[in-house]
Design a protein around this ligand. Sequence first.
Ligand code: NAP
Ligand code: ZN
Length: 364
Amino acid sequence: MIHGDKVDLIYSRNVINAHKELLYSSGNSFLIVTGKSSARLSGALNDVLEAISDKECIIYDGIRENPEVSSLLEAARLLDDVDCVIGIGGGSVMDAAKVIACLKNNKAESEEELYAQKWENAALPLFLIGTTAGTGSEVTKVAVLTKANGRKASIHNDRFYASYALCDPAYTYSQPKAIAIATAVDALTHCNESYFSNKANDLSRAYALKGISYLLPGLKVIKDQISDELKDNLYLGSLYGGLAIDITGTTFAHNVGYYLTENFHIPHGFACAVFQEDLFDFEMKNNKQYTDEFFSQINMDKKSYIELISSLIPTFNIALSEQTIKEILPRYENNNSVKNTYGQMNVSDIERILKKIFNNQSFI
Ligand code: NAP
Ligand code: ZN
C-alpha cells in the first residue's frame, strides 16, 4: 500500500473487483475517458463496466497520445448529466481525464479559455486507472496537454488530483514491449529529475530513491524476459516517481524532451531519457557531493547507470543545425524546468547540451 497524502491510492491485484462498491456508489451517470484500445486490451474497461453495469455510462475514446486540448473540449461536451469521470489508460488519458472532470463546473469553450481557467469550482469525482508503468500521473496534480500549435504545455492544479487511483499492475501487462520500455524509462527519469530538483526535500528524495529501487531490477532485463513480479515492481516504481515529481516537478530534461516529441514524435520517455547523461554531467560538475550521494544511495556508479539508460533508448538520427538551436533557445530562457534543475542551470547550459548532442549529425 502506498500512502500519498493527496490521492487515495489503492494498489492491489483485481483492484476494481475488490472495490466495486466504491465505484458504484460514486455516481449514477459516468463518463469513461479512454484512448483507442488500451482500456480494452488491459482488461480494465471490462472490469469497470461490470462494476457499474446498471448505471448510465458514456464512453469517450477520442484521447490520443500527447492529448490535444480539442479532444478534451469535445469530451467535456458530454458532461451535462454526468456525475463521475473515470480515466482508463496511460498518462495521456489520465491527464485528459483530470481536466475533463474539472470542466463541468469550470467552463471552457476554447483552448484560450481552458488555459485561462482558474479552476475555482470543484471537480467531479474522478477515478484514474493506469495502464502504463510510466508517468505516475495517477498521483499528480499535473496535466500535460498539446496545444493547436503543436506545443506541449502542462497545467498544475490541486483540482486535478484524482479522488481515487485504482492501481492494478496487471493492467500494464498488455503494453507492447517498445511502449513498456519507453514508459518505464520515463518513470526512472522522474525519479532522477525529482532528486535533482531545486524543490527536492527529504520526502521527495525518499520517494525518488524508493522508485529507483523498484525500477532498476526490471529495467536491467526489460529488453529480454521480464517476470510478472518485476513488471509489478515497475508499476510501483512509476507510482513512487509520480509521488516524487508531484512534490518537485521535473527538470530541463523533461522540457527539452517536449521539443523532441513535438518535432520528431519521439515517445515521451525516450525524449526525456536522452538528456539524463547531461543532467548527471551538469550535477557532477556543479554539485559533486550531492551527486556522489545519489549514486551511493542507488548502489550504482554514474557510468553504469548511464550505460543502462542509454542501452534502453533506440537510435534516432536527428541533427539540429546551429540556426535551429538558436531558434529553439528563447523557449528555455526563464523556463521553470530549467530553473528547477538542481543548482543554477541557465539557457547557456541548454545551448551547450543541444549542440553537444544534436549538432554532431546524430545522437546515440
Ligand atoms: P500514453 O501516451 O498514455 O500511451 C502511449 C501508447 O501506449 C498509446 O498508444 C496507448 O494506447 C498505449 N497503451 C497504454 N497502455 C497500454 C496497455 N496496457 N496495453 C496496450 N497499449 C497500451 O503513454 P504514457 O507514457 O503513459 O503517457 C505519456 C503522456 O503523459 C505524455 O503526454 C506526457 O507528457 C505525460 N506525462 C504526464 C505526467 C503527469 O504527471 N501528469 C508525467 C509524465 C508524463 P491507447 O491510445 O489505446 O490508450
Ligand atoms: Zn515524464
